[in-house]
Design a binder for this molecule. Sequence first.
Ligand code: CP
Length: 316
Amino acid sequence: MRSRHLLGLEGMPAEDINLILDTAISFKEVLSRRIPKVPTLRGMTIVNLFYEPSTRTRISFELAEKRLSADTVNFSASGSSVSKGETLKDTLQNIEAMKIDMVVIRHSAAGSPHYLTTCCQSIVINAGDGAHEHPTQGLLDIFTMREKYGKIDGLKVVIVGDIKHSRVARSNIWGLLTLGAKVSVCGPPTLLPVEMEKFGIKVFDDLDEALDGVDIVNVLRLQRERQQSGLLPSLREYSRYWGITKERLGKLNENFTIMHPGPMNRGVEISSEVAEGTYSVILPQVTNGVAIRMAVLYLLSGGSRKDPTTGGKVDE
Ligand code: CP
């Protein structure tokens, strides 16, 4: 890995992305064992610093750390000294004073993981920063696509929903473009960022046009507060024009795939029928998330000269 930290997929070389994906294959095998645990990160201490709610990412990181035999500590902003006014920098410097090796951070402020790298010694992993990036979600999505199609180059992927405020969309876009996928986005004009086309991304506000000839639809959660902020007339209208229902799927390529990072608003951005259809990989995405996070933790720990699946040294 060229970087000491994982802050985002923007600018990450294809070799590094592929190294993470390939390493995750070994860890997926570990997870299928009767005892799904290896001693690879024994002696390392990892703090999961979550300033925003999370189900999947938080549990997935914690499980990945435990499967690698690291010592883990979970921190939630609620119930901590953050409520007494302690800053992010002071919080992490105090936790670091207790001797830790890595920090996994989710924060509503874009750039907060990068900021921590300037004032702390630990290896930093971004678990979602504002509307900026969610790199491990992007990696697990790409891993899930590659697992099904055997490649990313040339795949046609459309991301549907609130592109403007989505860190999942950004990480997917950067990673997929680097690996040669054809990426398009679709959503209400008020939720589409300007200047997407200059990156080679097609932009649609008509869902039926966007779905034509596509292999993969990655459906984003609609953040309900967008309606309060005046960016959407109503959830019902959103659902009617941009919701993924079974009737909409006819234009997709044969062997198409439906993805969603979760949490889902059933009946808003995706119908239950689609979410639970045979073409949906929403739960496999979650399974793959543990393997991807194990790969990231292992590679950032400097483990490339160790056998990931045993923790022992490999011959050089
Ligand atoms: N996909 C995702 O980031 O889900 P959580 O917010 O539950 O972690």
